[in-house]
Design a protein around this ligand. Structure first.
Ligand code: UDX
Ligand code: ADP
Length: 468
């Protein structure tokens, strides 16, 4: 029997866009996206599409076309589970902040709660699909929980990790490099895999749909993210060498990227990678390797995180060093707070850590980000627990435009590569700044020569500082 009813538990950055695209491409399937967060569901249902909880180019149009037809956002978890033939689990799996595996292992409590809920509610056979990134062999735990009810309902667990990147999610979903589906290699397992293949085949060419066993699929997701993050840490480590040798990291990246074996993508040196996946997934890989007694493997991967932390700290220290060794009592403007452009997601953004170090050293931070609220910035800082909420409020302000944000600042630092930053009237910003006017380009997006002509002293990641 073809799938006619899908439920997705979790209406976040993965669940929301993915299910919207499935609904659009499969008009014959009813897609219910459920979440326990009522505010989030209300935002998904907002008639003003600018208020969707996830900012993602192209998403409003997809939601507009499918919502209310075959795409529904609701808090009614139980009914949607009951109705569905196929249930996606797309809840968050953050790094554990307590107990065994603290700081490394993925916290699976939300996934477990979902599995228990499905087991409690289901009265007929279901296919359960892991969409969240999970440690290898989680499907086994989910299967055990599902099977523990003993009410005769049969569950087939599939792994279907999502490879979309935020900011380009809709394009990534429309034109995926590949879709990965892992399932049990039994007759029922293969049938379940085929049902999910049939859904994606509505718009993804069959040769791009890759089927594997469950464990390969779960591990592949972790490994894909680890390899991508590894490239960024590799080029960021080289950026430190470039700054001391007058080599230029962009020239080096271009030169090595022209080797087709290396390829030119993901070689952009930066203030350090952020986002909800890279750090979490590598920490997870580190934890799994250690648990398997593979200490050398574990140490190898943990180095990617160390270089990333080093890059963020190095950038903050460079600001302090350039400002004559102290930022105490000085206003520093950060342009960008989200972890990359074209998203309002701030999880693990380098901005949080850079701001924290500068505040610790007495700076007053003023941030402008086109999509992130001051409330979110303060909540990100509070999460680090470095000082009281009151002290964070005193140290960080945000402005609604870049020009007021730079007024009487000692320095401007580009943290996120938002396109609009390139277009600013940098002469106006120059006049706003206390002299010598300094720009720290953590993304290498600005025209350094033009800024130097205006009179700025420019520090760019991976390029030697030009002394006047
Ligand atoms: C990533 C993976 O790309 C995606 O496949 C997976 O499903 C989820 O994790 P995402 O975190 O949304 O996606 O964004 P991505 O484009 O990978 O960027 C992650 C971080 O790396 C950002 O902070 C980005 O600015 C940084 N980055 C990326 C660099 O610093 N340099 C680069 O060359 C590329
Ligand atoms: P991701 O980036 O992986 O999509 P998010 O944190 O953006 O992660 O989204 C996960 C969503 O899952 C959140 O909106 C959260 O409220 C929801 N969620 C977590 N646990 C449950 C649960 N047991 N039932 C329903 N929704 C849940």
């Amino acid at each position: 029997m073809d799938i006619k009813n899908i439920c997705c538990i979790g209406a976040g950055y993965v669940g929301g866009p993915t299910m919207s695209v499935i609904a659009l491409k499969c008009p014959h399937i009813k897609v219910n996206v459920v979440d326990i967060n009522e505010e989030r569901i209300n935002a998904w249902n907002d008639s003003n599409l600018d208020n969707l909880p996830v900012f993602e180019p192209g998403l409003p149009s997809v939601v507009e076309q499918a919502r209310g037809k075959n795409l529904f956002f609701t808090t009614n978890v139980d009914d949607c589970i009951r109705e569905a033939q196929m249930i996606f689990i797309a809840v968050n799996t953050p790094t554990k902040t307590y107990g065994e595996g603290k700081g490394q292992a993925a916290d699976l409590k939300y996934v477990e709660l979902c599995a228990r809920k499905i087991a409690e509610i289901a009265t007929d056979n279901k296919i359960v699909v892991e969409k969240s990134t999970l440690p290898v062999r989680t499907a086994e735990a989910i299967q055990t929980i599902l099977d523990s009810t003993g009410n005769g309902v049969k569950f087939e667990v599939l792994s279907n990790p999502e490879f979309l990147a935020e900011g380009t999610a809709i394009n990534d979903l429309f034109k995926s490099d590949r879709v990965l589906i892992g399932g049990q290699q039994t007759k029922d397992g293969k049938e379940a895999i085929q049902k999910l293949v049939d859904i994606y085949a509505q718009w993804i060419p069959l040769e791009k749909i890759c089927t594997t066993n469950v464990w390969s699929s779960e591990l592949s997701k972790l490994v894909a993210n680890a390899f991508l993050a590894q490239r960024i840490s590799s080029i960021n480590s080289i950026s430190a060498i470039c700054e001391k040798t007058e080599a230029d990291v962009e020239e080096v990246a271009k030169a090595i990227g022209m080797d087709s074996r290396i390829g030119n993508k993901f070689l952009k040196s930066s203030v350090g990678f952020g986002g909800s996946c890279f750090q979490k997934d590598i920490l997870n890989l580190v934890y799994i390797s250690k648990s398997l007694g593979l200490d050398e493997v574990s140490n190898y991967w943990s180095q990617i995180i160390k270089i990333n932390d080093y890059q963020k700290t190095r950038f903050a220290k460079q600001i302090m060093k350039s400002l004559f060794g102290t930022v105490s009592g000085k206003k520093i403007t950060l342009l960008g707070w989200s972890f990359k452009k074209n998203t309002n997601d701030t999880r693990e953004s380098a901005a949080i850590y850079i701001a924290d170090i500068l505040i610790e050293n007495g700076a007053n931070i003023c941030v402008y980000d086109p999509k992130v609220s001051k409330q979110q910035m303060l909540s990100d800082l509070d999460y680090l627990n470095s000082r009281s909420t009151e002290d964070n409020k005193k140290a960080l302000t945000s402005c609604s435009d870049p020009y007021s944000a730079t007024h009487s600042s000692h320095a401007v630092a580009i943290i996120t590569e938002w396109d609009e930053f390139i277009e600013y009237d940098w002469k106006k910003i120059y006049f706003n700044l206390i002299k010598p006017a300094k720009v720290f380009d953590g993304r290498n997006i600005l025209n350094r020569k033009a800024l130097e002509e205006i009179g700025f002293e420019v520090y760019s990641i991976g390029k030697a500082i030009q002394k006047k």
